[in-house]
Ligand binder design. Structure first.
Ligand code: GDP
Ligand code: GDP
Length: 435
C-alpha cells in the first residue's frame, strides 16, 4: 500500500540534499549497487523507528532555465501536491531571508503539516539563532545539522507524528498495477482503452483522498487497481512536463504497485529514458510486463515482431523475465489479453515454492553443471530455501559465499525458472555461509 511521503523544500544551498541523503542515505547506497541506476536521487525510501516512508528532494526537480523564484515556487507547489508532510529547510547562519519568506508564503496555502528545519546549526552558538525562525510562522523550528547528523532524531519524530493515520478503510485485495513510460508513448490512451473494454467494469466507490488518484475495476472476475491514473491523465501545471518530475511520479507509482507495465512506443523505438524508467521498476523488485504500444503504426512483415522482440531483449537484458505484449491503444489489439497477463505475473510475483522441490531442482542443477572451484577449493551448496515473496527471494546456504560467481548464480536462477513459473517477476538469490 501507499507509503507516507515527505517532501523537502527550501531555497538553494540550505542543505536540502544533504538532509535527504542523511535520512535516506543507507537505502540509497544499497540501491546504487544496481547497474544502470542514476546516482542523483530525488525520491528515495526511508525509515524511522520501524515506520517506512518515502522522501522527495524537490530541490532536485530542476525546471531548466526558469528564474530562481519561479523554480522555488514550483518546487513548493510540488511539495503541496505530492507530500503528506512538508519539511521547510532554512539555514541558521544566514538567518531568515526573503526567499525563505517567499517559500513560506506559498506553504501557508497548504493544509498539509509543515515542519521547519533550521539546518547548519552545527554548534551551540549557531543554535541560539534558531529562535529568529519563529518569524516564519510554522511553530517550533527544529535545529539540525545535516552535515554532522545532529538533531535528526527530534526532526524525524515530529515528521512521523504528522503522518496521516489509516482511516480504517477495508483492506483491498486487488492487484495493483501501474503504467509507466516517457511522455507520448500512449499511457493515457491505454488507460482509456482498457477502461473502455466491454469486459471491464469500473467501480465508482469513492475511497479515501489517497485512493482518488487510483482507478478500481474488475475484469475476468479479478479485481484490479490502476495506480495513479490521475497522474497519467492530468496535464496542465508547468512542472508536469519536466522529466525529473515525471520520473519521480513514475517511481512513486512503481512503489505502490504489484505489477508495472513498462510502455514503449513502437513508432519511435527504444530511447535512453525508457531504459531508465524500466531500470527503476526492476530495481524495485516489482512484477514487470513490457507493452509495445502503437503497434498499428508499423508496416509489418513476418519478421517485424521477432525483430522488435530481439531488440528489446538486447536493450533490456536484465528484464529477460518480463513478458512482452504488442498492443495498440488505438485499435485495441491484444488489450483483451492484458488483465489475464497481469494476473499471472502478480501470482508469480507472490509465488511460494516448496523447499523439497526447490532443493531437488538445485541438486539436479549442480549434478548437471558442477560448482566453480578456486585454488583447489570447491563451492559447496548445501541447501536452499525461499525466505520471501514479492519478489520471490531465496537463501542459498554454501561453504563460502565469495565463491558464488555471478555466472553460476545466473545458472541456478535459470534452473529455478525452468522448473517453476516465475515469468514476469525478478528473483533474488542470497548466498549465506552455513554455520
Ligand atoms: P541544497 O541546495 O538545499 O540541496 O543544499 P546542499 O545539500 O547541496 O548543501 C549546500 C551546501 O551546504 C553544501 O556545501 C553542503 O556541504 C553545506 N551543508 C549542508 N548541510 C550543512 C550543515 O549541516 N552544516 C554546514 N556547515 N554545512 C552544510
Ligand atoms: P502519454 O503521454 O504516454 O499518456 O501518451 P498519450 O496517451 O497522450 O498518447 C500520445 C499520442 O499518441 C496521442 O496523440 C495518441 O492519440 C497517440 N496514440 C496513443 N496510443 C496510440 C496507438 O496505439 N496507436 C496510434 N497510432 N496512436 C496512439
Amino acid at each position: 500500500m501507499a507509503y507516507p511521503v515527505v517532501a523537502i523544500v527550501g531555497r538553494p544551498n540550505v542543505g536540502k540534499s544533504t538532509l535527504f541523503n542523511r535520512i535516506a542515505g543507507e537505502r540509497i547506497s544499497i540501491v546504487e549497487d544496481t547497474p544502470g541506476v542514476t546516482r542523483d536521487r530525488i525520491y528515495a525510501p526511508a525509515e524511522w523507528l520501524g515506520t517506512e516512508f518515502r522522501m522527495i528532494d524537490t530541490g532536485g526537480i530542476d525546471m531548466g532555465d526558469e528564474p530562481f523564484l519561479t523554480q522555488i515556487t514550483q518546487q513548493a507547489e510540488i511539495a503541496i501536491d505530492e507530500a503528506d508532510v512538508i519539511v521547510l529547510v532554512a539555514s541558521a547562519p544566514e538567518g531568515v531571508t526573503d526567499a525563505d519568506e517567499k517559500v513560506a508564503k506559498i506553504l501557508y496555502r497548504s493544509k498539509k503539516p509543515v515542519i521547519l528545519a533550521v539546518n547548519k546549526a552545527d554548534n551551540p552558538e549557531v543554535r541560539e539563532t534558531v529562535y529568529d525562525f519563529y518569524a516564519l510562522g510554522f511553530g517550533d523550528p527544529y535545529p539540525v545539522s545535516g552535515a554532522h547528523g545532529l538533531g535528526l532524531g527530534d526532526l524525524l519524530d515530529e515528521i512521523v507524528k504528522n503522518f496521516p493515520t489509516d482511516d480504517g478503510a477495508p483492506k483491498d485485495d486487488s492487484i495493483r498495477f501501474s503504467l509507466i513510460g516517457r511522455p507520448n508513448v500512449g499511457k493515457s490512451s491505454l488507460v482509456n482503452a482498457l477502461l473502455g473494454e466491454e469486459r471491464v467494469i469500473v467501480s465508482d466507490i469513492a475511497g479515501t483522498t489517497r485512493d482518488a488518484i487510483d482507478t478500481k475495476f474488475t475484469a475476468n472476475d479479478t479485481r484490479f487497481t490502476m495506480v495513479d491514473t490521475a497522474g497519467i491523465r492530468k496535464r496542465g501545471k508547468v512542472y508536469e512536463n519536466t522529466e525529473r518530475y515525471s520520473v519521480m511520479r513514475a517511481m512513486r507509482a512503481i512503489d505502490d504497485s504489484d505489477v508495472v507495465l513498462v510502455v514503449l512506443n513502437a513508432e519511435e523505438g527504444i530511447r535512453e529514458q525508457d531504459k531508465r524508467v524500466a531500470g527503476y521498476a526492476h530495481e524495485a523488485g516489482r512484477g514487470i510486463i513490457i507493452l509495445v504500444n502503437k503497434w498499428d503504426t508499423l508496416n509489418k512483415d513476418n519478421h517485424t515482431l521477432t525483430d522488435f522482440e530481439n531488440l528489446i531483449r538486447a536493450e533490456f537484458q536484465y528484464l529477460s523475465y518480463a513478458p512482452i505484449l504488442f498492443v495498440s491503444a488505438k485499435t485495441g489489439q491484444r488489450l483483451d489479453q492484458l488483465p489475464a497477463l497481469i494476473k499471472r505475473v502478480a501470482t508469480n510475483h507472490k509465488q511460494r515454492v516448496q523447499s523439497a522441490t526447490l532443493n531437488d531442482v538445485i541438486m539436479d542443477a549442480i549434478a548437471l553443471n558442477p560448482t566453480p572451484s578456486d585454488n583447489g577449493k570447491r563451492l559447496r551448496v548445501y541447501y536452499a530455501t525461499q525466505v520471501a515473496v514479492a519478489p520471490p527471494t531465496f537463501v542459498v546456504f554454501v561453504n563460502d559465499p565469495k565463491m558464488m560467481h555471478f555466472s553460476y548464480e545466473r545458472f541456478l536462477e535459470n534452473q529455478i525458472r525452468e522448473h517453476f513459473d516465475f515469468e514476469g517477476t525478478p528473483l533474488h538469490l542470497i548466498e549465506r555461509a552455513r554455520k
